[in-house]
Design a protein around this ligand. Structure first.
Ligand code: PMV
Length: 324
């Protein structure tokens, strides 16, 4: 038996940082993410392969479980895989390959996509067809266990896909969007520290409450107007909203020299708008490229690791084949 599953990663289109201060945000699941391939074995060995980090290991199932304990200091991407496997009672072993087709630790929700895709594949192998609600819940509890805290955004995006509007009370609303959203994601290969950046923004807000409060208000207006534009299929304004949102993010101190280099270059190559995505301080930028995406991709990818992507509407999916 062979099981293949896919779970998408995500980008934040609007509202990072302001969302921490009770303003709305918009997150988009992308059609790049994590592919898992699981094939059955007749013995009780679980063989785990994660090519992107050159990881390969074998563990034995004892009383239907793996003998695996997280090292709380290290927080490896493999922890998410083992935690997902160990939520099931397994009679027989299997080989599992986890292919991460996006950047790790760059704000694209890679750990959530690994967790959700693994949960889907292993649950089917254990003969359980879990609902998406159940998968999202299990994935979030794994993230909390490993990271200590986790917002439900990444695991929801990986599970349900689509575009989600997070309102100012942190409720998640799936938007009904029919337009295409051709995007380019480029990685500056320097990691931003989310905790430190969130804290530095909080301090700025405390020091200049009126100024920073108005910046958050402007970010809120962008997220709300962008919600309407996406629902109405009005792509014309999206690029402008991204550029304005980027200027606001710069003003609260989360932009960097490297991000700016990517952002201005990609605009000069023809992107209709660009901004950092996630915490900033490094990580990735996104660009909205409704025209000439291939030409823009060729130019920016010559300088920075880059991929093209689109909205992924479906969320986690899997297929089973009899492979005798
Ligand atoms: O880099 P990410 O995808 O984890 O996003 C961080 C987004 C922030 O608004 C900066 C923090 C948060 O918890 O919402």
């Amino acid at each position: 038996m062979k099981i293949k599953s896919f779970a998408p990663g995500k980008i934040i289109l609007f509202g990072e940082h302001s969302v921490v201060h009770n303003r709305p945000a918009i997150a988009v699941a992308i059609n790049r993410g994590v592919n898992v391939e699981l094939s059955s074995r007749e013995d009780n060995i679980v063989h785990v392969n994660v090519p992107v980090i050159d990881y390969e290991a074998e563990h034995e199932l004892t009383n239907s479980k793996l003998n695996y304990v997280i090292d709380s200091q290290k927080k490896m991407i493999t922890d998410y895989i083992y935690e997902a496997i160990n939520l099931f009672e397994l009679d027989k072993g299997f080989n599992i390959t986890v292919d991460i087709n996006m950047y790790l630790g760059a704000g694209l929700g890679s750990s959530a996509a690994v967790t959700v895709s693994t949960l889907k594949a292993v649950s089917l192998y254990a003969n359980k067809d879990l609902s998406k609600d159940k998968i999202a819940k299990m994935a979030r509890s794994i993230e909390i266990k490993i990271q200590g805290a986790a917002s439900p955004i990444d695991t929801s995006m990986s599970t349900y896909g689509g575009i989600i509007y997070i309102d100012n009370e942190f409720r998640l609303e799936r938007l009904n969007v029919n337009m295409q959203l051709p995007l380019i994601v480029s990685n500056c290969q320097i990691s931003g520290n989310t905790g430190k950046l969130v804290e530095s923004v909080r301090q700025k807000y405390e020091k200049y409450p009126k100024i920073v409060g108005h910046i958050f208000d402007a970010m809120e207006n962008i997220a709300n107007d962008a919600k309407t534009a996406l629902e109405e299929g009005n792509g014309d304004v999206i690029g402008d909203y991204m550029n304005i949102n980027q200027g606001l993010l710069d003003s609260i101190g989360v932009n960097t020299l490297e991000l700016s280099d990517m952002l201005y270059k990609i605009r000069s190559y023809g992107a209709s708008g660009s901004k950092l995505t996630g915490s900033g301080g490094g990580g990735c930028i996104i660009a909205y490229t409704p025209e000439n995406i291939d030409e823009i991709y060729d130019k920016i990818s010559a300088e920075y690791p880059t991929f093209k992507c689109e909205l992924s509407n479906n969320g986690v999916e899997a297929s089973i084949t009899d492979d005798k």
